[in-house]
Design a protein. Structure first.
Length: 564
């Protein structure tokens, strides 16, 4: 193991899974040029029951020679020159030098060393986290394995001409390119390369982001099509969650190292010459799914930890808030140790710790249910009246993103949608004003969606109007999600019973992840549906037969509920 001081020095450590601390003697520190120690009142009890009074404590940076991963650990310094430097339980596991299978331990004798779970009982706060896990929030991370960009066999290389860079940011660009070179994120290219992409600069407050525009390269990259997670994949896990934290991977894509062949594919031109990326750049079409796959591998097996691209949610569960906090702290420490082990670096500026509600992937996750992001609510309220068709499309598209919170949204948006039809003249009328007002009223009602619980009864409410279908999934009369859609021109001419049955099919399929493989109560205010579903399939009209066939994979019980 190498230790970093005024110089890098190799030190032979004893790995001790029974030790609760790391120990080093003062001679080793002297050779490293480290003189300052923190005072400590701690007394060490050795395996032979003797005691040692330490000289103090210090933080040391360790480098694992196997993978060059860097770790920071606290050491207790002793005077005894004969004492072999020692790495304790917590550090050897964090550095992946040793794995202890606690599930194989049948009993523990009194007085035996504590397992790592003993450390997780200590409450955590932001200041302590940033101090104890300082190394996790410093530097650039690197996940295991190099990534190879595989191209289609018929790919024809393209060299893009350099784009002009505004004079006002030219010096800033050169500074940023030099910084990225120093960090080994990019490197200069002098030899000929068949692929050259254009430079893209994104100006941010006090920062310039360097990207590329690999438009032609992306057309030929073979993708792995690894599934990208969504907020809906995560929500069923949160029915008992009360405390939440969010951490953000620091420069997430840069955790993925490109192999040399792939690196040359990412060559880009600048006013100062050509460069190539050594780490995964923003803009590569396969980057999100490849990063998601590697981050999933990095945090797999940690309970209560879910990641969507570079955002990671940690949640604590329990019957009481106190239980949830303890559960959260245990899971959070497991994640921090795993980040150390896998060299996953986090952004300290985006750390949100131990909150009852937290923003995550455009939503507000709370201990009472899912809410709309207040920023999105404000955006709808401040949205001006559209002045053209494009403005209407932007409005409808934006509120559709919030559709799970908004009942009968499709019906409300129908007048707006007609403005976007081909050959339709744009003319903003009173009914369009009314629709916009209804939308703004809906988003200000502060709806809260319950988290799905597989142990509770599930109810689907469905309804059909002249222009659209609506559905809601509920438990204990509390909504889990809403859905709606407009009827096609053909569907508007269906008989009412056909529309009502179509709304049931729509609801079951829309919420398939909840409705499949379990009993579902379907409530409808259309009495004839009861009798039609009791008939043999061959006795129903052809169109209804096709819909009834789609219902056969679901276990439903229709309940008539008169409309109000």
């Amino acid at each position: 193991m190498n230790i970093v001081g005024n110089k890098i020095m190799p030190v032979r450590f004893q790995l001790d899974s029974g030790a609760t601390c790391n120990i080093i003697n003062s001679n080793a520190l002297k050779e490293l040029g480290i003189k300052e120690l923190k005072k400590t009142s701690q007394v060490l009890k050795m395996y032979n029951n003797t005691t040692i009074k330490p000289l103090g404590t210090c933080q040391l940076k360790l480098i694992n020679p196997k993978n060059d991963a860097k770790f920071k650990a606290e050491f207790i310094v002793v005077k005894d020159k004969t004492l072999t430097p020692l790495l304790g339980n917590k550090t050897v596991q964090a550095m992946n030098l040793m794995t202890i299978h606690y599930e194989n331990i049948k009993s523990v004798q009194q007085g035996a060393p504590m397992s790592p779970d003993a450390y997780t009982c200590k409450p955590i706060d932001k200041a302590n986290v940033l101090k104890e896990y300082e190394d996790v929030f410093e530097g650039t991370g690197l996940l295991e394995g190099k990534y190879h960009l595989e191209l289609n066999e018929n790919a024809q290389p393209v060299v893009h001409p350099p784009r002009k860079v505004p004079v006002a940011i030219k010096d800033q660009l050169q500074t940023e390119l030099n910084r990225l070179c120093d960090m080994n994120i990019i490197t200069q290219v002098t030899k000929p390369t068949p692929w050259v992409s254009s430079l893209v600069t994104v100006v941010k407050p006090n920062k310039l982001r360097v990207c590329i525009d690999p438009k032609h390269l992306n057309q030929h990259i073979k993708r792995s099509h690894y599934p990208l997670h969504t907020i809906d994949d995560l929500l069923p896990e949160l029915s008992n969650a009360k405390i939440f934290s969010v951490v953000d991977a620091k420069n997430g894509f840069w955790h993925v190292q490109l192999d040399e062949e792939s690196s040359y594919l990412t060559t880009f031109n600048t006013p100062f010459g050509r460069y190539r990326w050594l780490r995964m750049p923003f803009g590569i079409t396969s980057a999100p799914e490849e990063y998601q796959r590697r981050q999933d591998q990095a945090v797999e097996g940690i309970p209560g930890v879910k990641s969507i691209i570079d955002d990671i949610l940690i949640y604590g569960e329990g019957k009481t808030e106190e239980e949830a906090i303890k559960d959260h702290d245990r899971k959070f420490r497991l994640l921090m140790e795993r980040c150390r082990e896998r060299n996953l670096k986090l952004n300290k500026d985006k750390l949100k710790l131990k909150m009852k509600e937290v923003k995550f992937i455009g939503h507000l996750i709370t201990n009472k249910g899912l809410k709309m992001d207040p920023e999105k609510v404000r955006a709808v309220l401040e949205m001006p009246k559209p002045t053209d068709v494009s403005g209407v499309r932007r409005l409808v598209g934006f509120v559709t993103y919030l559709s799970k919170f908004l009942p009968k949204l499709s019906h409300i948006c129908e007048p707006l949608r007609k403005l976007t039809l081909k050959d339709s003249e744009f003319c903003w009328l009173e009914n369009h004003d009314k629709a916009l007002t209804e939308i703004k009223t809906l988003v200000t009602s502060e709806p809260v969606l319950k988290y799905y619980d597989p142990n509770m009864e599930l109810t689907l409410q469905s309804d059909a109007s002249e222009t659209g279908l609506g559905a809601a999934i509920l438990q204990e009369n509390q909504p889990i999600a809403y859905a709606s859609r407009a009827l096609t021109d053909t569907e508007t001419r269906y008989a009412q019973i056909e529309k009502e049955l179509l709304s049931v099919v729509f609801g079951l399929q829309k919420f398939h992840q909840y409705t499949y493989g379990r009993n579902v109560y379907v409530t409808s205010d259309h009495k004839p549906l009861e009798s039609i579903l009791k008939k043999p399939l061959h006795c129903a009209p052809k169109r209804l037969q096709r819909m009834m066939l789609q219902l056969q994979k679901y276990n439903i019980q229709l309940v008539y509920k008169p409309g109000k």
